[in-house]
Design a protein around this ligand. Structure first.
Ligand code: KG4
Ligand code: ZN
Length: 361
């Protein structure tokens, strides 16, 4: 891909809402020219989770190298950029401020259009991005989006320009529950993907956990399921079945604990499918776009295609490279806004730790 064959506008995306420092360049057809993500896992590992103050400092320290790598990979210069976009909310406010301030400054200094993007809007459209440098797939006028991450388990309805929230979690998010149970099993941060791998070795039917039942509502809830799993863990511990010491990947976990992980994952995924089915019965939809860090979950990825095929729903599962936080999704969401003629004032855009997807910048 050369600059000559790229379609204008060229969008620079910046994402720093949590513990990934990311920079991407996306062209006017939604082609990802470069997407660089620098993980802070090593910096937070000894604390078992993200330490906000460390995250902000890491973003500052890592940005220059991440930006340089993205421009080198895309083979373009800063002077070629037409539009600047950065994540404004939700996330850790100190982390958001780093990327947002860089984006605001770049846009203001170069007099370029600026977009302060909601992080979840980035996830919502990420399943349409291509992985081989091809243009993004066309975004349908109407679809339902499921975002499963460490902070969110949400259903959205996209109808033309409008995005509205249909359901959220009442307590823990899908990925958060995996992280917390994984921590109890002695797994290292980030625990979600490791617990998923442990569950691959288990048999869910040997240690089933119940689902949230008895309601016709759409909301998600994962803290009850997590508590059930923790109580089961305590019963097993009383019987002498405990995680092996110093086993950060769970490779030596006893079979009973792998079964528990599998039972937990099965129930967590069933809850997602159950809510999708409720929504589909109530207001049928034809396209479902699934995204977010926890959309990497193996069981979820295995079961969603059959769920969708049974109902004639077209499924767009986010490519694994764009499931976790990245800046390509931020640039792509900004491109959609740019095409609609919207922009944000780089001098006024503010970072916010919490903000509904419907809330204006
Ligand atoms: O979207 P993301 O990178 O950051 C947020 O916006 O939260 O999602 C990260 C979350 C973490 O909770 C992580 O443990 C979880 O996604 N996650 C998984 C898997 N891979 C990542 N949870 C379950 N199974 C996985 N395979
Ligand atoms: Zn995210």
């Amino acid at each position: 891909m050369s600059l000559a064959s790229a379609v204008r506008p060229l969008v620079l995306g910046i994402e720093s809402s949590c513990d990934d420092t990311a920079c991407a360049l996306v062209d006017g057809d939604g082609r990802v020219l470069a997407s660089v993500v620098s993980s802070q896992v090593a910096a937070h590992a000894e604390f078992g989770g993200v330490v906000p103050e460390i995250a902000s400092r890491e973003h500052l320290a890592n940005w220059s190298a991440v930006e340089r790598r993205a421009f080198a990979a895309a083979g373009i210069a800063l002077a070629d950029v037409d539009v600047v976009a950065a994540t404004r909310a939700p996330g850790l406010v100190g982390s958001l401020l780093v990327g947002l301030s860089i984006g605001r400054a770049l846009a203001w200094a170069r007099e370029l259009p600026f977009h302060a993007v909601h992080h979840l809007e980035g996830h919502v459209f990420s399943p349409f991005l291509g992985v081989g440098g091809e243009p993004a797939a066309p975004i349908p006028e109407r679809f339902v989006a499921l975002v499963v991450s460490g902070g969110h388990t949400s259903l959205y309805r996209i109808d033309g320009e409008a995005i509205s929230t249909l359901a959220e979690t009442r307590d823990d998010a899908f990925g958060e529950a995996f992280d917390k149970l994984g921590k109890k099993l002695g797994l290292a941060y980030p625990q979600g993907p490791k617990l998923d791998l442990v569950a691959e070795r288990g048999e869910p039917r040997r240690r089933p956990l119940s689902r949230l039942a008895g309601t016709a509502e759409l909301f998600f809830s994962y803290s009850g399921l997590k508590t059930q799993a923790v109580l089961e863990l305590e019963r097993l511990a009383a019987a002498g079945i405990v995680p092996a010491p110093d086993d950060p990947r769970g490779e030596r976990l006893p079979g009973e604990l792998a079964d528990l992980a599998a039972g937990f994952r099965d129930s967590a995924v069933r809850q997602v499918l159950d809510r999708l089915a409720r929504l589909h019965r109530r207001e049928p939809f034809t396209t479902l776009a699934v995204s977010g860090g926890a959309a990497a979950n193996r069981e979820l990825r295995r079961r969603l295609p059959a769920w969708a095929a049974e109902r004639g729903v077209e499924l767009r599962l986010v490519p694994l490279v764009y499931s976790g936080d990245n800046a390509a999704m931020i640039a792509f969401a900004a491109l959609r806004r740019e095409r609609r003629g919207e922009t944000d004032d780089p001098l006024a855009a503010a970072a916010a730790s919490r903000a509904a997807i419907e809330a204006p910048a």
